[in-house]
Design a protein around this ligand. Structure first.
Ligand SMILES: O=C(O)CCC(=O)C(=O)O
Length: 376
């Protein structure tokens, strides 16, 4: 039998087998050393639920009578500045669209391992299934499936990596549910972009152009199986989101922690039905020249319950040069970052992650003016 992979164009199908094995490991085998977090990164047995997380009602955006959108924008601006994340309710994404996507997600992860592995991502085609993700070089207790909303045709990344979808066979309604979800959440993402632009005193559509053609946005379906050792492992290690913003659906299990800006403590984000969590990402941090900052977050797992979440990573086109916007820099507030290519940054992150390279992730701090030179 040939070792050539029938699923993707790689010469060797062993990576799919690795994904199968990893899928089988989760929830059934004892902890492996690869999952063990350094003591300072482990979750304490109890993490306080956060008080005062901004919950923003977006319904004024849909009211027939003219509303003062600037009031809402100011609220978004305050939340972005003080927390770097917030929760939105009455956001306009229909409940049944979210429910269909959540149901399709559960159906996918209920497939036998070999069927999940049949749509495994590869080095060249980075959309699809995987169960061996590492954050900060420690393995995450989760499996995931990445896909791009199909209305977009992202260009190949500088590393020639392509973002083409792999759809599972014989999973009726899966693709349709994901496409419908992607379209509805993208509408919300554009509205948030407009509120953020207004809050920075910019033209409402000032940031839209970065996303109009060939955006590299993708959706991730996360599944965190029950974990025998939640005091040593994390579902997802601490990190900040690299893109512009993230629109996150979480189920009712809970486990998302964010690092509170005012005191640096990890606090738990309580699930609120029919809400989305919005994270400010690194790109908005750079565009706003640090007026808003991306927030560190992680996912804690538990012994009993599996958990599902769906982040929508709103990413610009790969040819975007990311730098502080000219409207926010001045003589008193000079640009704090050198320009960087989003496509190269994104490729480096994806590549390092796929190959599990034991190197520091490329970070926006490497582009800070006067930062030490970063060798990739
Ligand atoms: O599962 C979650 O709540 C967070 C997911 C996340 O931060 C990610 O996938 O980057």
């Amino acid at each position: 039998m040939s070792d050539k992979c029938g699923n993707c164009d790689c010469a060797d199908k062993s990576h799919h087998l690795e994904e199968v094995a990893a899928g089988e490991v989760m929830g059934s085998l004892p902890m492996d050393q690869a999952f063990v977090q350094a003591p300072e990164h482990r979750a304490k047995p109890s993490v306080a639920e956060a008080d005062g997380i901004p919950v923003i009602d977006l319904s004024p955006l849909f009211a027939a009578d003219g509303v003062d959108v600037d009031v809402l924008a100011a609220e978004v601006g305050r939340a972005s500045r003080d927390w770097g994340f917030f929760v939105v309710v009455r956001h306009g994404v229909p409940e049944e669209v979210v429910a269909r996507a959540a149901e399709a997600q559960r159906a996918f992860f209920a497939l036998p391992p070999a069927r999940r592995a049949a749509v495994a991502r590869s080095e060249a085609v980075q959309m699809g299934y995987y169960a061996s993700d590492h954050t900060q070089n420690v393995r995450d207790w989760k499996e995931a499936f990445d896909l791009v909303p199909t209305r977009h045709s992202p260009l190949p990344l500088p590393s020639a990596m392509v973002l083409d979808n792999k759809w599972p066979d014989d999973l009726p309604g899966f693709r349709e549910a994901m496409e419908e979800y992607g379209e509805a959440v993208e509408e919300l993402a554009f509205k948030l972009l407009e509120l953020i632009a207004r809050s920075l005193g910019l033209r409402p559509d000032r940031l839209h152009g970065f996303f109009e053609d060939h955006q590299t946005t993708f959706i991730r379906l996360n599944h965190y199986p029950p974990c025998p050792s939640p005091d040593h492992a994390l579902g997802l290690g601490h990190h900040k989101d690299a893109g512009a913003l993230t629109v996150l659906y979480q189920d009712d299990v809970g486990g998302l922690d964010v690092r509170r800006r005012c005191d640096g403590e990890w606090v738990r984000v309580r699930p609120i039905p029919q809400s989305f969590i919005i994270n400010i990402g690194d790109i908005i941090q750079v565009w706003s020249n640090d007026r808003y900052e991306s927030v560190e977050h992680r996912v804690v797992v538990n012994v009993e319950k599996e958990r599902f979440s769906i982040p929508f990573f709103f990413y610009p086109a790969s040819y975007t040069m990311v730098e502080p916007l000219e409207e926010v820099v001045s003589e008193e507030s000079p640009a704090r970052y050198n320009p960087y290519s989003w496509g190269e940054f994104f490729s480096a992150r994806k590549n390092g992650n796929f190959k599990k390279l034991d190197v520091d992730y490329v970070q926006i701090t490497h582009f800070r003016k006067n930062a030490p030179v970063h060798v990739q």
